[in-house]
Ligand binder design. Structure first.
Ligand code: FES
Ligand code: FES
Length: 183
């Protein structure tokens, strides 16, 4: 088994069946596993690490179902090779909750019925989580634009938009309340 170096493919590692050993920080825990040089990060996460919350739909960057965070940034795990993730932090939907306690975003999805079959939901949650860290006060139009990177065949998107806007508003209110209490 070969050692991946800084996520770069070894030139001669294309031979059929060659395996690389990589280590990622998955949701705060160091995890190592073997992968072929051509293996997608989405498949590595699901099949080698067993984190099956990340779903795979189109496998060519269109549907958004496979979205995870790579070093804190929402990324399509079907557009990245597993070896490129060596040494990096990967956050998946399993890391959004703390034990049995859902995140505020997940609770809002539940409250607004922002999921039905749930196939798209892990990816959408990961995109929304990243987005809300960067944009504190988004408009409905901006949320819809962010969601345009995802395909959901069930919800019609409106409940998802409502959930995201509600979380943004609640977080702003909480921050304002903390500022007042520290004043
Ligand atoms: S499975 Fe990755 S974008 Fe569709
Ligand atoms: S909830 Fe079914 S595809 Fe989105």
């Amino acid at each position: 088994m070969r050692q991946a170096k800084d996520g770069n493919l070894l030139q001669d590692a294309y031979e059929a069946g060659a395996l690389c050993s990589i280590t990622v920080n998955l949701n705060g825990v160091s995890r190592s596993g073997a992968c072929e040089p051509r293996e997608l990060l989405s498949d590595f996460i699901r099949h080698e690490l067993g984190a099956t919350g990340t779903h795979v739909g189109c496998e060519h960057g269109v549907c958004g179902a496979c979205t995870v965070h790579v070093d804190g940034v929402a990324s399509r795990s079907c557009l990245m090779l597993a070896v490129q993730a060596d040494g990096r932090r990967i956050d998946t939907v399993e890391g959004l909750s703390v034990g049995n306690t859902l995140s505020d975003l997940q609770v809002a999805f539940q409250r607004h019925h922002a999921l039905q079959c749930g196939f798209c939901t892990a990816g959408i949650l990961m995109s929304c989580a990243d987005y809300l860290q960067r944009v504190a006060n988004p408009s409905e139009e901006q949320v819809r634009e962010m969601l345009s990177g995802h395909i959901c065949r069930c919800t019609g998107y409106t409940p998802i938009v409502k959930a995201v806007l509600e979380v943004a508003a609640r977080r702003r209110n909480n921050e304002n309340a903390m500022e007042v209490s520290h004043a």
